[in-house]
Design a protein around this ligand. Structure first.
Ligand code: NAD
Ligand code: DAU
Length: 363
């Protein structure tokens, strides 16, 4: 077994932040397996161009042959599994891809991880880790007076996305209990920060505001989410990977419960300060209430006491410091957003990698 790790979905929002942080922090070689769906963007990894500790492989986690080859060629000490269809609204419009990637893809990875582990000696098997990155959405929706989600909260997923993630969490659990695979599961709240695909709330609001377009808020804007700066999430994953107890799950959150309206107003205030537009007035004037998301969960809140007590992880950013960093990043990187919105980067991917998901950059 080598010191390298396989990361899946490492060209997406959280995965690319994780890979860059891992390599910046002196981490071992990363084999980055990503299908480059609409949400995957090799540009997120531009700072690693030419770095031989990062090996990008374009491929599908559902493709057993590719996954098998990666395990046998690179003999990693861990898998950190981000790859997923991640957008609730897309899962409502078309759930099939969510079942395929989130459930069947996770199953494929588990099967191949197990088969690889069986080739390892006992001490290597003991050292191997399969870290599954999941979401707080598997716990369902809270009322305003309910306690925050703990690791004991029963699963109650409400959208095709959260149901598919719940399915994958159960498979991971089963592979630990049945086969002894050394798994770890993290369930995290809403992330924000650099490289988030611009159809998710915060980057969407920033790009619409800068373009003078309406800022759509679903329903009455009183749905509550707990927000965590993506860099803090990535650090929590590293801590769980190194110190978490196999078979356990860890909730990760930012202690920042906010209504969607509060989030959008915070973005507007920061933009009013950092990119004022006196002729148009405050960006708040663009706020528009629109039709609600079907089955929209009312409130998520995370009790992150277990990871704090057992692994001494705490978020570094407050909502105020993290949101300022995020808005500053989007202002400084408008070309990144524009490239996605214009479709340019998709054309580049097709030229670079071809249009079939099995085509690989390197293997
Ligand atoms: P994202 O949509 O930005 O990125 C997903 C990545 O996975 C993309 O690069 C995509 O190309 C890749 N991918 C999709 N299907 C694939 C397949 N079949 N094979 C290989 N690669 C594939 O997602 P994100 O927001 O970075 O989320 C990453 C993980 O974290 C997901 O598992 C998600 O459920 C979980 N999560 C996200 C949040 C959040 O707020 N964004 C919070 C908690 C947990
Ligand atoms: O809780 C963790 C989850 O957070 C992750 O598992 C998901 O992968 C991630 O996408 C995110 O899910 P949400 O549905 O909470 O994120 P989204 O950015 O789509 O929406 C955040 C909230 O804002 C939600 O209550 C819906 C609302 N919203 C969203 C959009 C896109 C709006 O009011 N207007 C919008 O235009």
């Amino acid at each position: 077994m080598h010191d390298s790790i396989i990361v899946t979905g490492g060209a997406g929002f959280i995965g690319s932040n994780f890979v860059c942080q891992w390599i910046d922090g002196g981490g071992s070689q990363v084999i980055n397996l990503d299908k480059l769906t609409y949400a995957g963007n090799p540009g997120n990894l531009a700072e690693l161009d030419g770095n031989d500790r990062h090996l990008f492989v374009r491929g599908d986690i559902c493709d057993r042959a590719v996954v098998k080859e990666l395990f046998s060629n690179y003999r990693p000490r861990a898998v950190v599994h981000f790859a997923a269809e991640s957008h609730v609204d897309r899962s409502i419009l078309g759930p099939e891809e969510f079942i395929q990637t989130n459930v069947f893809g996770t199953f494929t990875l588990l099967e191949e991880a197990l088969s690889y582990c069986r080739t390892l000696d006992a001490s290597e098997q003991d050292r191997f880790r399969f870290l599954h990155v999941s979401t707080d959405e598997v716990y369902g929706s809270l009322g305003s007076g309910n306690p925050a989600f703990s690791e004991q909260t029963p699963y109650s997923p409400n959208s095709p996305y959260s149901a598919s993630k719940a399915g994958s969490d159960h498979l991971v659990r089963a592979y630990h209990h049945t086969y002894g695979l050394k798994t770890l599961t993290t369930n995290c709240s809403n992330n924000y920060g650099p490289f988030q695909f611009p159809e998710k709330l915060i980057p969407l609001i920033i790009s619409n505001a800068l373009a003078g377009k309406p800022l759509p808020i679903y329903g009455d804007g009183q749905n509550v989410r707990d927000w965590l700066f993506v860099v803090d999430h990535c650090e929590a994953i590293r801590v769980v990977l190194e110190k978490g107890r196999p078979g356990e799950t860890y909730n990760i959150g930012g202690n920042n419960e906010k209504t969607n309206l509060q989030v959008v107003e915070t973005v507007c205030s920061l933009l009013d300060e950092l990119r004022p537009n006196p002729a148009a007035g405050s960006y708040r004037s663009l706020i528009t209430f629109v039709k609600d998301r079907p089955g929209h969960d009312r409130r998520y809140a995370i009790d992150a006491g277990k990871i704090a007590q057992e692994l001494a992880w705490h978020p570094r950013e407050t909502f105020e410091t993290g949101m300022r960093k995020a808005v500053e990043w989007y202002l400084a990187n408008q070309a990144w957003t524009q490239q996605i919105l214009s479709g340019d980067y998709k054309h580049w991917i097709e030229k670079q990698y071809g249009s079939t998901p099995r085509q690989r950059a390197k293997l």
